[in-house]
Design a protein around this ligand. Sequence first.
Ligand SMILES: [Zn+2]
Length: 162
Amino acid sequence: MPAIATTRSLSDYSKINISACRQQLKQADKPFLDFSYQYRGKAYNYSIQVSKTPCNYGGHRHWFLCPSCSKRTSVLYFAATYVCRHCIGANYQSQLQQPIDRLFSRLHTIRQRLGWQAGIAYGIGERPKRMHKSTYNRLVSEHEQLTAKVWQATLDKLHCTH
Ligand SMILES: [Zn+2]
Protein backbone atom coordinates (compact mmCIF):
# COMPACT_ATOMS: atom_id res chain seq x y z
CA MET A 1 0.00 0.00 0.00
CA PRO A 2 1.29 3.49 -0.80
CA ALA A 3 1.67 6.07 1.95
CA ILE A 4 -1.62 7.87 1.46
CA ALA A 5 -0.89 10.88 3.63
CA THR A 6 2.19 11.80 1.64
CA THR A 7 0.83 11.06 -1.83
CA ARG A 8 -2.39 13.05 -1.51
CA SER A 9 -2.43 16.38 -3.24
CA LEU A 10 -4.94 19.21 -3.45
CA SER A 11 -6.05 18.04 -6.87
CA ASP A 12 -7.50 14.90 -5.25
CA TYR A 13 -10.12 16.90 -3.39
CA SER A 14 -13.53 17.86 -4.65
CA LYS A 15 -13.52 21.57 -5.04
CA ILE A 16 -15.84 24.37 -5.95
CA ASN A 17 -14.88 27.50 -7.81
CA ILE A 18 -16.56 30.84 -7.20
CA SER A 19 -17.13 31.20 -10.96
CA ALA A 20 -19.54 28.23 -10.81
CA CYS A 21 -21.70 30.24 -8.41
CA ARG A 22 -21.89 33.39 -10.52
CA GLN A 23 -25.47 32.83 -11.60
CA GLN A 24 -26.65 32.11 -8.09
CA LEU A 25 -24.95 35.23 -6.75
CA LYS A 26 -26.50 37.36 -9.46
CA GLN A 27 -30.02 36.09 -8.83
CA ALA A 28 -29.93 36.15 -5.06
CA ASP A 29 -28.03 39.43 -4.69
CA LYS A 30 -26.90 38.64 -1.15
CA PRO A 31 -23.42 38.44 0.33
CA PHE A 32 -23.47 34.70 1.04
CA LEU A 33 -24.19 31.30 -0.54
CA ASP A 34 -26.37 28.68 1.12
CA PHE A 35 -24.97 25.16 1.23
CA SER A 36 -27.20 22.20 1.97
CA TYR A 37 -26.18 18.54 1.54
CA GLN A 38 -25.82 15.17 3.23
CA TYR A 39 -22.41 13.69 3.94
CA ARG A 40 -21.87 10.41 5.81
CA GLY A 41 -25.48 10.43 6.99
CA LYS A 42 -25.17 13.88 8.50
CA ALA A 43 -27.03 16.93 7.20
CA TYR A 44 -25.01 20.07 6.58
CA ASN A 45 -26.75 23.41 6.25
CA TYR A 46 -24.69 26.54 6.38
CA SER A 47 -23.86 29.75 4.57
CA ILE A 48 -20.52 30.79 3.14
CA GLN A 49 -19.81 34.50 3.11
CA VAL A 50 -18.92 36.10 -0.20
CA SER A 51 -17.07 39.35 -0.79
CA LYS A 52 -16.74 41.54 -3.87
CA THR A 53 -13.74 43.40 -5.25
CA PRO A 54 -13.69 45.74 -8.26
CA CYS A 55 -12.10 44.45 -11.49
CA ASN A 56 -9.55 46.33 -13.59
CA TYR A 57 -11.87 46.20 -16.57
CA GLY A 58 -15.00 47.32 -14.75
CA GLY A 59 -17.59 45.35 -12.85
CA HIS A 60 -16.44 43.25 -9.94
CA ARG A 61 -15.45 39.74 -9.00
CA HIS A 62 -16.60 37.55 -6.15
CA TRP A 63 -14.62 35.66 -3.56
CA PHE A 64 -15.53 33.06 -0.98
CA LEU A 65 -14.59 33.87 2.58
CA CYS A 66 -13.30 30.59 4.03
CA PRO A 67 -15.78 29.46 6.75
CA SER A 68 -12.85 28.37 8.87
CA CYS A 69 -10.32 31.23 8.67
CA SER A 70 -12.32 33.98 6.87
CA LYS A 71 -9.57 34.53 4.29
CA ARG A 72 -10.57 35.47 0.73
CA THR A 73 -10.32 32.60 -1.79
CA SER A 74 -11.73 31.73 -5.22
CA VAL A 75 -11.65 27.96 -4.59
CA LEU A 76 -12.95 25.92 -1.66
CA TYR A 77 -12.03 22.27 -1.04
CA PHE A 78 -14.32 19.61 0.35
CA ALA A 79 -13.52 17.98 3.70
CA ALA A 80 -17.02 17.35 5.10
CA THR A 81 -17.43 21.11 4.96
CA TYR A 82 -15.83 23.49 2.47
CA VAL A 83 -12.59 25.22 3.47
CA CYS A 84 -9.73 27.01 1.75
CA ARG A 85 -6.48 25.32 0.69
CA HIS A 86 -4.68 26.48 3.81
CA CYS A 87 -7.32 25.07 6.13
CA ILE A 88 -7.55 21.74 4.31
CA GLY A 89 -3.90 21.16 5.08
CA ALA A 90 -4.73 21.19 8.77
CA ASN A 91 -7.86 19.17 8.18
CA TYR A 92 -7.08 16.27 5.94
CA GLN A 93 -5.38 13.94 8.43
CA SER A 94 -8.65 13.43 10.28
CA GLN A 95 -10.47 12.83 6.98
CA LEU A 96 -8.27 10.00 5.74
CA GLN A 97 -10.41 7.14 6.96
CA GLN A 98 -13.67 8.40 5.54
CA PRO A 99 -15.23 6.47 2.66
CA ILE A 100 -14.86 9.29 0.17
CA ASP A 101 -11.16 9.42 0.94
CA ARG A 102 -10.79 5.71 0.41
CA LEU A 103 -12.30 6.21 -3.05
CA PHE A 104 -9.83 9.01 -3.69
CA SER A 105 -6.84 7.03 -2.49
CA ARG A 106 -7.81 4.03 -4.67
CA LEU A 107 -8.22 6.40 -7.62
CA HIS A 108 -4.83 7.85 -6.88
CA THR A 109 -3.23 4.38 -6.79
CA ILE A 110 -4.77 3.48 -10.16
CA ARG A 111 -3.61 6.74 -11.75
CA GLN A 112 -0.10 6.21 -10.42
CA ARG A 113 0.01 2.67 -11.78
CA LEU A 114 -1.07 3.94 -15.19
CA GLY A 115 1.38 6.83 -15.06
CA TRP A 116 -1.43 9.37 -15.42
CA GLN A 117 -1.34 12.87 -13.99
CA ALA A 118 -2.70 13.00 -10.44
CA GLY A 119 -6.22 14.34 -9.94
CA ILE A 120 -9.46 12.96 -11.34
CA ALA A 121 -10.14 16.18 -13.23
CA TYR A 122 -7.54 15.10 -15.80
CA GLY A 123 -9.69 12.18 -16.95
CA ILE A 124 -8.57 9.05 -18.78
CA GLY A 125 -5.00 8.81 -20.07
CA GLU A 126 -3.17 6.46 -22.42
CA ARG A 127 -2.13 2.86 -21.85
CA PRO A 128 1.47 2.53 -20.71
CA LYS A 129 3.53 0.73 -23.39
CA ARG A 130 4.43 -2.28 -21.26
CA MET A 131 0.98 -2.79 -19.72
CA HIS A 132 -1.23 -5.62 -20.96
CA LYS A 133 -4.43 -4.45 -22.67
CA SER A 134 -6.71 -6.44 -20.34
CA THR A 135 -4.99 -4.94 -17.27
CA TYR A 136 -5.40 -1.48 -18.73
CA ASN A 137 -9.08 -2.03 -19.52
CA ARG A 138 -9.75 -3.37 -16.03
CA LEU A 139 -8.07 -0.37 -14.38
CA VAL A 140 -9.85 2.11 -16.65
CA SER A 141 -13.21 0.57 -15.87
CA GLU A 142 -12.53 0.60 -12.14
CA HIS A 143 -11.34 4.20 -12.46
CA GLU A 144 -14.59 5.18 -14.17
CA GLN A 145 -16.74 3.55 -11.50
CA LEU A 146 -14.78 5.22 -8.71
CA THR A 147 -14.98 8.61 -10.40
CA ALA A 148 -18.75 8.29 -10.79
CA LYS A 149 -19.09 7.40 -7.09
CA VAL A 150 -16.95 10.33 -6.03
CA TRP A 151 -19.00 12.85 -7.99
CA GLN A 152 -22.23 11.31 -6.79
CA ALA A 153 -21.11 11.43 -3.18
CA THR A 154 -20.21 15.09 -3.23
CA LEU A 155 -21.07 17.43 -6.06
CA ASP A 156 -24.62 16.25 -6.75
CA LYS A 157 -25.64 17.16 -3.23
CA LEU A 158 -24.66 20.78 -3.60
CA HIS A 159 -27.06 23.44 -4.68
CA CYS A 160 -24.25 25.50 -6.04
CA THR A 161 -23.31 23.42 -9.10
CA HIS A 162 -24.61 23.00 -12.61
ZN1 LIG B 1 -9.31 28.79 5.53
